[in-house]
Design a protein around this ligand. Structure first.
Ligand code: ADP
Ligand code: MG
Length: 694
């Protein structure tokens, strides 16, 4: 009988793992053999030089192997001190452990140990190894493992030793990995073979080998993602599938004339790019990146009108109900006079069977020109008669796959426009949106005053709210943003006052005579809408909320934002939040209250005081927090990079992108595509399912 080795098999079958440890490994997101194989070391320790005990000098950090004897312990001022003697064939030396009483049950006379620690003189023992960094118990005849040793991300339930052994066993049982890259590419990029790299990343012989292995695996990771994105792009680059829109006509002219403002230079430039894409036979796949308040919505509106005047329908997908309604109201106000039929597909409507069916009917019979909605728009049952353009607002809220679901609603490939206010640094844009063409709106509409941002300590809170009160009495409105809704069970968050408590404190205290409201994500959509409406109408003056107001909400009269526990938010997120103010004529303020003593937290908030440039902030945020936290897995739809690093590996990223472009467009490489898809599926599951499926 022969068993085939499969990387997709459960990790349970790896020697040294078994059922019980497999469960513990789940905490590390390790389910399959592949997950274990790609559980890369977090760092390495270099245990290359074994010192004979006779050669140990004071002041040196040494690696010694020997047997221990004379294990004793004593208490000194409440501190447990364990002493032992370590002996090898050249001599003996004393060992000292401080305050690790539990070791008494682990250490036995005669045991072989590998010790790393610093030798010092002490008055009790003379020369002793007293700062013991790590020790490993060796079997009687086990050779100590020297060389570079991997240190893995681990948990309390899974020790380094267990991980090392499991991975070693996995590598021993694993047949050589099939090479996934063509030989020419390997030589051109000077890349190590995949099999050697995968083995060397865990147990490198030396620093050079480790470096080569890391480069190869980082290249693969970035290359795979790029190929995946380019395959998506390639699928859409088919002239037979695209819609070629008509030249701009009277509808766009009329709308431009009705707008209360002139487009900014950047808006014009971006719209020109969109027009060119839409008129071309190739399906448009364009991302508009523009800071909060830069005016992306108008560009989307014009693009939607272009599809309408060419005889098609447009869909506009917003990330939240509140935003969908807001867009709907603005669009209707402008477009109804122009004879454009705009519909809203909201939760409110889909809850009523009758309303829903009516709306679906209007969509499929082309009685509506533009439909605005949330996720509901991509649900089964919504069938557009002639879908010509899909706009997705705040794309980082949707995954790659959701995007494609909407596209499948049509026989032809509609043009697609994606808008995001998350100012993603270029390297990130390439990894996350590599399948899209990118346009930037950098210029803000004229007359915007920069938002004055100030970081304040908890002590100044009263003063801050007095200031807010003065602003409200002067006719303005204010937001107070809190990180939590209600009191948390978690100890870690125990000190954080939730929105509910802050609302009580403010509405019963300093703002007792001012209309206040509380808004949070757990409320029923209907209640949320009502609260938001009242705030927009100016009836409510102070809105205490969680981050539900983060995206897109537009209330020009709101000029102050206070963020409580500002240290709990990411920089990019705070920047998005403060974009809610500064939308009107009044001077606007964002006050960040925090009581955090951590220097990193302070440094972060200070960056916000200094700059209003979203891109700069995003770069800083990425540097401080790493890409995982920056996006949050759910938001961008692509998994975290396991080994590549978007800052350190910019060069590799660009090389990988070039290589991927050549690779995908060269038909000679078709024979590699099956294994490419296989590897994408292995590494990213169904994230790329639309291309891995066919
Ligand atoms: P975002 O890019 O954040 O989605 P919006 O499209 O919501 O920004 O625009 C923010 C505000 O700026 C809106 O009130 C909008 O009407 C206004 N606006 C957009 N373009 C211009 C312009 N060219 N001149 C003046 N105001 C503009
Ligand atoms: Mg917007």
């Amino acid at each position: 009988m022969s068993f085939e080795f499969k990387l997709t098999d459960s990790v349970m079958y790896v020697k040294g793992v078994g059922e019980r440890r497999a469960i513990a490994l789940e905490k590390l997101n390790i389910h399959t053999k592949y997950d274990l194989l790609t559980h890369y070391p977090r760092t390495y320790e270099n245990y290359s030089n074994l010192t004979k005990i006779n050669d140990v000098f004071a002041g040196e950090t040494v690696l010694v192997v020997g047997r221990i004897y004379n294990i004793t312990s004593r208490e000194v001022r409440g501190l447990t001190i364990i002493n032992a003697t370590l002996e090898d064939e050249t001599g003996a030396i004393r060992l000292t452990w401080f305050n690790q009483k539990y070791l008494l049950t682990k250490l036995h006379s005669g045991m072989r140990l590998l010790i790393i620690g610093k030798a010092k003189y002490d008055s009790w023992n003379g020369l002793a190894i007293s700062q013991i960094q790590s020790f490993t118990i060796l079997e009687q005849d086990e050779e100590p493992e020297l060389g570079i040793t991997p240190i893995y991300p681990s948990t309390a339930a899974i020790s380094q030793q267990v991980l090392r052994t499991a991975i070693k066993n996995l590598l021993a049982s694993m047949p050589p990995l099939k090479e996934i890259l063509p030989q020419e590419l390997l030589s051109a990029q000077k890349l190590m073979p995949l099999d050697s790299a995968m083995r060397a990343i865990h147990f490198p012989r030396d620093a050079f080998e480790l470096d080569m292995a890391r480069r190869r695996l980082a290249f693969d990771e970035l290359f795979l993602i790029q190929c995946g994105l380019m395959l998506i792009k390639r699928q859409t680059q088919d002239e037979r599938l695209g819609i070629s829109h008509k030249k701009n006509g009277t509808l766009i002219k009329a709308a431009l004339a009705k707008l209360p403002f002139e487009l900014t230079g950047d808006q014009k430039k971006v719209f020109r790019a969109v027009v060119k894409d839409m008129e071309s036979k190739l399906p448009m796949r364009r991302l508009i990146q523009g800071d909060v308040g830069s005016g992306k919505t108008v560009v989307a509106l014009l693009a939607l009108l272009k599809t309408v005047e060419s005889g098609w329908q447009g869909a506009f997908m917003a990330p939240t109900e509140i935003l969908a309604i807001q867009h709907y109201e603005k669009f209707s106000a402008l477009l109804t006079d122009l004879g454009v039929r705009v519909g809203l597909l909201s939760a409110k409507i889909t809850r009523s069977k009758k309303l829903k069916e009516e709306l679906y009917e209007k969509i499929s019979s082309h009685e509506l020109d533009i439909v605005i909605g949330t996720h509901a728009l991509i649900q089964e049952g919504v069938n557009f008669a002639r879908l010509g353009l899909v706009v997705t607002d705040e794309q980082h809220r949707f995954g790659v796959n959701q995007r494609s679901t909407l596209e499948k609603k049509s026989d032809v490939l509609p043009d697609m426009l994606v808008m995001t206010a998350t100012p993603i640094p270029r390297t990130m844009t390439l990894t996350v949106y590599g399948d899209l063409d990118v346009s930037l709106i950098k210029e803000l509409p004229p007359g915007r005053k920069p938002i004055k941002t100030e970081a304040k300590s908890l002590r100044s809170r009263n003063k801050v709210y007095e200031f807010v009160r003065a602003e409200i009495l002067a006719g303005r409105q204010a937001y107070v943003v809190c990180p939590l809704i209600e009191r948390s069970e978690s100890e870690r968050l125990a000190d954080i006052e939730p929105a509910e408590e802050i609302f009580d404190m403010l509405s019963n205290g300093i703002f007792h005579d001012i209309p206040c409201a509380l808004l949070h994500g757990k409320m029923r959509p209907r209640d949320k809408d009502e609260i938001m409406e009242k705030f927009r109408d100016g009836e409510t003056k102070l809105l205490v909320s969680t981050t539900v107001i983060e995206v897109g909400v537009d209330v020009p009269n709101a000029s102050v934002m206070v963020v409580e526990h500002a240290e709990r938010f990411g920089l990019a997120q705070l920047h998005q939040l403060r974009g809610r103010v500064g939308r009107g004529a009044a001077k606007s303020y964002c006050i960040l209250i925090s009581d955090s003593k951590a220097n990193v937290a302070k440094a972060r908030l200070e960056i916000l005081e200094k700059t209003n440039d979203g891109f700069k902030l995003a770069e800083e945020d990425l540097k401080l927090r790493g890409p995982g936290q920056f996006f949050g897995e759910a938001q961008h739809g692509l998994p975290d990079l396991k080994i590549a690093d978007v800052f350190r590996d910019v060069e590799i990223l660009l090389q990988a992108r070039d290589a991927a472009e050549k690779f995908i467009t060269d038909d000679d490489n078709l024979k590699y595509f099956a294994s490419l898809r296989e590897n994408l599926a292995l590494a990213y599951g169904d994230k790329f399912s639309q291309i891995t499926a066919n």
